[in-house]
Design a protein around this ligand. Sequence first.
Ligand code: PMV
Length: 321
Amino acid sequence: MTRAVSPVPPSPRGGERRGEGKHLTAFGPGKVILLGEHGVVYGHPALAAAISRGMRAWGVPSDSTSLEIPEGISAAHQEALERAFARAAKQARHPKISVHLESQLPLSMGLGSSGALAVAVSRVLLEAKSGAPAKTKDVEALALEMEKEFHGTPSGVDHTTSARGTMVLFKKGRATEVVAAKPVKVLVAMVGPRSSTKQTVGALRERQKRWPARYRRVFDQIGRLVGEGAAAARTGDLEALGDVMNMNHGLLSALGLSSPQIEDMVYRLRGLGALGAKLTGAGGDGGAVIGLFREPEPTVMKLRAQGVDCFASQLAGPRAL
Ligand code: PMV
């Protein structure tokens, strides 16, 4: 949702200001993929969910469309961000707004930072132009344009999950909400820098082109696990969901998407009582690992005391008041 913050008085000329005269802010949540990353690029389903951390965009009235580039991001990220913003600004017919960003997500760690940014920015641009909160389908369409600049050929799972803000079963651009009978909570642990999603997806594509039948078999299996995992989430069978996550991780590892530091964290979380643990997102050399826990907070405290960068997030199911 975009929120108008401190509206400005009507224009002295009495002209219609619509959204362009307002200060706006919008949030795009990050995401974790519980099941099905990479297979989703080849048309298989994925189970993904929005997390409590994300990206916030602020829009300040201006005489042109502009983006303030956040400090401390790499030249490559900056270039991609500028291209993505220019594409979205053009598509949104250049609303007169200056956009600033605030991130609660580490960049390029598998937590959907670019999708979250695309959703937050799209909401601000669309509302700035029309004066009314943007429809989810319009946000998704504009955010996809930005994601293409970040990732080349994204499956669309990241920005769609962010725009919906729930747990979704995603397949070929379509998402349906998964309503869980019990709270589904994960611990998210960062295990260090990784290559870009574009690179990891590209390298896997080369391997699957070389040995298509073998890779197809594994993607088919991952797709089946996604259906079983979604059913387990719906009925609240967290043990089954955890088991599916463990199997999915094994198959991602078979596809060459894991690394020693990812494996270390997966086994560490299982040792600490996770019902299931796996890499999430593109994987490769580092990124993020998730563990499914009934109550992740005590383990978050324990791992933080040991220097692990981690947090907990509820993904679906009933919430305490
Ligand atoms: O960018 P990440 O790490 O959140 O990965 C996105 C998920 C992939 O399936 C690997 C790529 C995609 O486009 O779906």
